[in-house]
Ligand binder design. Structure first.
Ligand SMILES: [Zn+2]
Ligand SMILES: [Zn+2]
Length: 261
């Protein structure tokens, strides 16, 4: 767990960022504001095989820009010796997997910063098909579109090494039946719990902690972690709300927390 803040960071925290690993593969799900700094506390960024973005809100993707700058400008990524780094003919170039239409959005952002090729050069950037499973090393990644203010996807990851075990992250979403079949019997379910109370008007785009608990119960999840919740809310209250309908283990996500699936 690298970051769990909603659209504005907790004090000292980061927005959405989750590292999923098996023995050979390292995938970063979401790369929101502040996540690149947190990634560097726990892993070497050149060891990330792929970044998968759930949806194109800034709190879920904006740190692909500093990540790309590291891959482009870091001394260790250069072809010639720099400082203590010997030079490399094979600089790291992780896959960057983004929702449909997002490549153009990212190129526009890079261009606005005067570096139109930044992201294409730093990453192997492609749009994923949310209807199709994706293989990243031995990890099998699946998507489920969920209702939000723009197209958003829940993500499920399984490892070929333990195919019966599954981890599901809901992304950002309002109440939805779509998650229930998709996330059924997840060993670890990470759901957003953004709201102190449901939106007062307009379409639903987020959950309360109580609604996250209801979804976890309907998914028969073995374990629930609440995320995308501000440090300006009471986490004990959030856990208690989730427990009203879900009787499995519940906790609020914390930076550096590790969950074995
Ligand atoms: Zn968000
Ligand atoms: Zn969002």
């Amino acid at each position: 767990m690298l970051g769990k803040s909603p659209a504005w960071q907790d004090a000292g925290g980061a927005c959405s960022g989750y590292l999923v690993e098996d023995a050979d593969t390292c995938v970063l799900i979401d790369c929101g504001s502040g996540v690149f700094s947190k990634l560097r506390r726990f892993r070497d960024y050149v060891d990330v095989d792929a970044i998968v973005i759930t949806h194109m809100h800034a709190d879920h993707f904006l740190d692909v820009i500093p990540f790309a700058c590291a891959l482009t400008y870091a001394p260790r990524q250069q072809p010639v010796p720099v400082d203590r780094w010997p030079g490399t003919d094979t600089p790291a170039r992780p896959r960057l997997l983004v929702p449909s239409g997002a490549v153009e959005t990212l190129r526009t952002i890079a261009s606005a910063g005067g570096q139109p090729a930044l992201l294409d050069q730093a990453f192997a950037m492609t749009e994923y098909d949310a209807a199709a499973p994706l293989a990243i090393g031995a990890l099998d990644v699946r998507f489920q579109p969920v209702p939000h203010f723009l197209p958003s996807n829940a993500i499920q990851v399984r490892s070929d090494d333990v195919p019966a075990r599954r981890f599901t992250f809901g992304g950002d979403h309002g109440p939805t039946d779509a998650l229930v079949g998709f996330a059924d019997a997840s060993d670890l379910l990470i759901l957003e719990a953004t709201l102190p109370r449901p939106e007062r008007e307009g379409p639903r785009g987020h959950l309360t902690p109580g609604e996250a608990g209801e979804h976890a119960a309907r998914c028969h999840a073995a374990r629930l972690v609440l995320t995308h919740i501000s440090d300006e809310l009471d986490w004990d209250w959030a856990v208690a709300e989730a427990r009203r309908s879900y009787d499995g283990p519940v906790e609020v996500a914390r930076e550096g927390a590790v969950y074995e699936v």
